[in-house]
Ligand binder design. Structure first.
Ligand code: PLP
Length: 422
């Protein structure tokens, strides 16, 4: 095989532009192993000759040619995520939605049916109903905590995918991944799990029998609100199909984003421990507060799936939800009174983030769909950050006082015969 000269010895006879381009794009040769994954900001990679380039492009030999197809920083992140998910392989994507799309598109065909949890992220619901729906895929929603109902629904209609979230957005419903995998497989369906709220530190769905796991690495894995990313992990065979969707649709993660997520991954364990320690104390305290009607946290004995959560997760996680008095008005007063948490739509960050799902993450749902998903007007979703616990508790106490005052003012405006809407 002939080798092209990569560094012709004398460029001096060439023009300025040619020399500048060659000089400024010649990577250093490094003999030592770097202690972090280098950032390869290169869209293209050169081959030694045409034959080698062809072999890499067609997958006949490993290597890099074009960064949408594979890039070293993204590949390092994918390998790291496969390792911590307990999966054979993984691919990384430009966002969590891009990852979820690729996981679904790698399997679905026109005429297929999906059975999905009714406690589902709003954009995933829209993806299934609007995008895959247009292509002839039917989606039915079900309470995925009701294993008998899931079993009956799969027995009734041939189904390609059972789709669930380990911990649901925003109602913190916990599903039994191992039991759902067994039920799905008994009916020749695949189980795909969105593990974003749990993160692989709390739960590794592949180890529990899921066929594919999708993560929004924008959240706990990245952890710092500075990057959008997604990942899908599974067997070599399934990830080969996911990779084909990625190549064809171009949802590739940028190397810079991969670098940031790799950095986040190194501290995922300590961050999750701290998120969970603070969330647990806050949740227990909120439960004692008169302005709080309900607290949903997997680590509390009052959580409907507490026994399952204790078995499935080592700790309760960083996500909790609670309902304040005064419905929509009370919820709005609570978040407006806060001074520490960020009022934004994301989660899994160093910052505590309090969201009002009916106006943010679940804005695509009408009132009936909100009620079906168990989302009350006063429901607040809290992603507990890494700030000091006492500061958060004091801030939340101010929020609760504001919710109470707003609820009383609203009640005073309503004639006695009419109940205040929740
Ligand atoms: N899955 C869940 C449960 C989410 O909450 C989100 C975003 O909030 C996503 C997926 C989508 O992730 P991304 O915003 O990275 O596309």
């Amino acid at each position: 095989m002939g080798q092209r000269a990569t560094n012709p010895p004398d460029h001096s006879s060439r023009g300025f532009a040619t020399r500048a381009i060659k000089a400024a794009t010649t990577p250093p040769v490094v003999d030592q192993r770097a202690n972090s994954v280098p950032l390869y900001l290169s869209a293209t990679f050169s081959a030694a000759d045409a034959e080698e380039l062809g072999a890499i492009a067609t997958g006949a030999r490993p290597g890099y040619a074009y960064a949408r197809i594979d890039n070293p920083t993204g590949a390092a992140l994918a390998d790291a995520l496969a390792e911590i998910e307990g999966a054979q392989a993984a691919r990384v994507f430009a966002s969590g939605m891009s990852a979820i799309h690729a996981a679904l598109a790698s399997v679905l065909r026109t005429g297929d049916r999906v059975l999905a949890t009714s406690a589902i992220y709003g954009s995933t619901r829209s993806l299934l109903l609007n995008q895959f729906g247009r292509l002839g895929v039917t989606t039915t929603f079900i309470d995925a905590t009701d294993l008998a109902a899931v079993d009956a629904a799969l027995a009734l209609t041939p189904t390609r995918i059972l789709y669930v979230e380990t911990i649901s957005n925003p109602t913190i419903v916990v599903v039994d991944v191992a039991a759902l995998a067994a039920i799905a497989h008994a009916h020749d369906a695949l189980l795909i799990v969105d593990n974003t709220f749990a993160s692989p530190y709390l739960c590794r769905p592949i180890e529990l029998g899921a066929d594919l796991v999708a993560e929004s690495a924008t959240k706990f894995i990245g952890g710092h609100s500075d990057v959008l990313a997604g990942a899908v992990a599974g067997s070599h065979e399934r990830i080969a199909s996911v990779r084909q969707v990625e190549i064809d649709t171009g949802g590739t993660l940028s190397p810079l984003s991969a670098f940031l997520v790799l950095r986040g991954l190194t501290t995922l364990a300590v961050r999750m421990e701290r998120h969970a320690a603070t969330a647990r104390v806050l949740a227990a305290w909120l439960e004692t507060e008169p302005a709080v009607q309900r607290v949903l946290y997997p680590g509390l004995a009052s959580h409907p799936q507490h026994a399952l959560a204790s078995r499935q997760f080592p700790i309760g996680g960083g996500m909790l939800a609670f309902e304040v008095v005064g419905g929509r008005i009370g919820g709005g007063a609570f978040i407006d009174a806060l001074t520490i948490p960020e009022l934004t739509a994301s989660l899994g960050s160093i910052h505590t983030i309090v969201a009002h799902p009916p106006t943010t993450t679940h804005r695509q749902l009408n009132d009936a769909e909100l009620a079906e998903a168990g989302i009350a007007g006063g429901l607040l979703r809290c992603s507990v950050g890494l700030e000091d616990l006492e500061d958060l508790r004091l801030d939340f106490a101010v929020g609760l006082a504001a919710a109470s005052a707003a609820a009383s003012a609203a009640a005073a405006r309503v004639p006695h015969s009419q109940p205040v809407g929740a």
